[in-house]
Design a protein around this ligand. Structure first.
Ligand code: PMP
Length: 415
């Protein structure tokens, strides 16, 4: 009697099959490739992990202190949707100094045609931009290889990300973009310095792309999450307020750029606080106002006490870290350049490296061979329609990086 009750209980509690409820936008997204590598990686003891997309240095102390002081002093409620006024003030004056860009906080009465607000990470800003701009059936243009979210965000909107093949130099130039523009195109998405290749455009390339977009009535979105991670060979422009300070070329430079460029930047990579989920978006007011409205009904606001921490970021000097990363970049080029093709990364902390043709392996097969030797990299197919390359992150301890490079070199030479 007791056991038959237990059986009927169990029958009553059989979980219904809910897979039929899942929306097409979610079904259309396949994350299996990268997940397989992470699953394999989880089985390894003390691997050489060159797959990680976040810095290996601690968050600067002034930034940590500002965040914990905010928590202790009770800054734990919502902030205004557009962000804490103190952080917005710092962002806006930074954009003025860096880019000669007049874009006050959302909601501030102003004659400026541009505006700025704080987002929940760079991903939050990207998500809101896609949501604000893409109708089902619309198109946006992205470079291939691309940051993993770029095509999927379009899918989520029922739209299509049209990929521009940028091999072998990974430069999203006006010449490559132009043939793909059509009446369905809403925006072109540039990422400089780029993930996965670390490539930065020249000032001329930036201006040409911006002018092409403006002339065709298309928005140029510039994802500059790695803006502070630019190496000496990628720095060419001068800071508007101080010509002795070198900056990297971006299409967002110049007072009128904010008419046609939506700038997206973040705090996570630069200051080692990826988990704080903080970024900002600045650009044409017509677009920014819509994004801020959508933020109100989705993310609500960026993490409030951590915004206080981010205000202190502007006082932290990250140049020693960047110089350190430049040396690691050089280690990669020195060890592997003779063995394969690498577009030299002038920023970020990634190199996108070709699997030597004589091995007859895909990027995935090469990454799997490396896993057998306890080295983790991401196969190029995770970022591209091609699977011919692999991504190495050099945001890792130089001793481990060196050991990993020896194993990669050995596999490239001997197979
Ligand atoms: N854009 C690019 C190019 C990235 O590489 C990343 C993170 N890897 C993001 C956006 C998202 O960054 P966040 O953590 O600020 O959302």
């Amino acid at each position: 009697m007791g056991s038959s009750l237990a059986l009927s209980d169990r029958a009553e509690h059989t979980a219904p099959d809910l897979t039929g409820l899942i929306a097409d936008r979610s079904r259309a997204i396949d994350a299996s490739g990268i997940r397989r590598i992470f699953a394999l990686a989880a089985t390894l003891d003390d691997p050489i992990n060159l797959s990680i997309g976040q810095p290996d240095f601690p968050v600067p102390k002034i930034v940590r202190d500002a965040a914990s002081d905010a928590i202790e002093s009770g800054v734990n409620g919502y902030s205004p949707t557009q962000g804490h006024p103190a952080l917005l003030k710092r962002i806006c004056s930074w954009l003025k100094a860096d880019l000669d860009w007049d874009a006050p906080a959302v909601g501030t009465p102003s004659d400026s045609a541009a505006a700025t607000f704080v987002t929940t990470g760079t991903s939050g800003a990207l998500h809101l931009a896609y949501m604000a701009l893409l109708n089902p059936g619309d198109e946006c243009i992205i470079g291939d290889p691309y940051f993993v979210s770029y095509p999927h965000l379009a899918t989520m909107c029922g739209a299509k990300a049209v990929k521009v093949d940028t091999y072998p130099d990974f430069r999203l130039t006006a010449e490559r973009v132009e043939p793909l523009l059509n009446e369905k195109t809403k925006f072109v998405l540039l990422n400089t310095p780029s993930n996965p290749a670390g490539v930065t455009l020249t000032a001329d390339e930036c201006v040409e792309l911006r002018e092409l977009c403006a002339s065709r009535g298309v928005l140029l979105i510039s994802d500059e999450i790695y803006d502070e991670f630019v190496f000496s060979d990628g720095l060419t422009d001068s800071c508007v307020n101080d010509p002795s300070i070198k900056r990297f070329p971006t299409p967002a430079r110049g007072a009128s750029a904010s008419d046609s460029v939506l700038l997206i930047r973040g705090f996570g990579k630069t200051y080692g606080c990826t988990g704080w989920r903080l970024g900002y978006a600045s650009g044409p007011r017509a677009v920014i106002d819509e994004m801020a409205k959508l933020q109100q009904y989705t993310f609500v606001c960026a993490p409030s006490p951590l915004q206080a921490g981010a205000s202190a970021c502007f006082d932290a000097d990250m140049r020693p870290m960047v110089a350190d990363y430049e040396q690691r970049r050089d280690m990669i080029l020195q060890r592997l350049s003779g063995l394969t093709t690498i577009a030299s990364p002038s920023g970020a902390f990634y190199a996108f490296i070709e699997v030597p043709g004589h091995l007859g392996m895909t990027g995935t097969q090469f990454a799997e061979k490396l896993i057998e030797r306890k080295v983790l990299v991401i196969p190029g197919g995770a970022f591209s329609d091609r699977d011919t390359h692999f991504r190495v992150s050099f945001a890792t301890d130089p001793v481990k990086l060196k050991a990993g490079l020896e194993i990669i070199a050995e596999l490239m030479t001997r197979g």
